[in-house]
Design a protein. Structure first.
Length: 181
């Protein structure tokens, strides 16, 4: 029978991981307190947070959501990245960008990326880090909108152009008739 503390933590994880799970799983052990605080500051700038989790309970909560293949992510210490506000679009993508920038900036190899979860998919470490190169959902939507509007603008210009020339010709003909008559 599980103890009361584990039951409370499991219930907390169930609430924390409700809905579509979109996160990176990091290995934070080995970072100094200063490095961890600086990294958390970088996450905070992107409206993200990091939560160290108990592996067995996180694995169980994710398995209940259909992610049975995350066992390796929770061997040893693990931390989940989460959105602190609703304006974060694509937690895993944004988090991978922050981690990539942090690793370049700090010259450190920590935190290590164990993997990620996004749109019902389980991503290994390499795939999770490649997310940094992807555009966000908002960027893709803006690109699609501009591609849809571009031909419409061109068509409107093609329709308006000859009509404007005809209107100009009619106007100049009217002005000529007024001057002659």
């Amino acid at each position: 029978m599980p103890n009361i503390v584990n039951q409370a933590i499991a219930a907390d994880y169930e609430a924390f991981l409700e809905g579509d799970v979109d996160t990176l799983v990091l290995q934070p052990v080995g970072m100094s307190v200063e490095e961890a605080n600086a990294f958390r500051g970088k996450l905070d700038e992107a409206h993200l947070g990091m939560r160290v989790v108990k592996g067995s309970l996180a694995r169980r909560a994710l398995a209940a959501r259909g992610h049975d293949d995350v066992g390796d992510f929770f061997e040893g210490a693990a931390a989940l990245i989460y959105a602190k506000s609703d304006d974060v679009d694509g937690v895993a993508i944004t988090a991978s960008r922050v981690v990539e920038a942090w690793l370049k900036e700090s010259g450190s190899e920590l935190p290590g990326v164990k993997g990620g979860l996004m749109d019902g998919l389980t991503l290994d470490s390499a795939a999770a880090m490649k997310l940094a190169k992807l555009p966000t959902k908002a960027d893709l939507q803006a690109k699609i909108v501009s591609q849809v509007l571009g031909p419409g603008r061109a068509l409107a210009g093609q329709i308006k152009g000859p009509g404007g020339r005809i209107a100009g010709a009619v106007k100049s003909h009217i002005e000529k008739l007024e001057q002659d008559g």
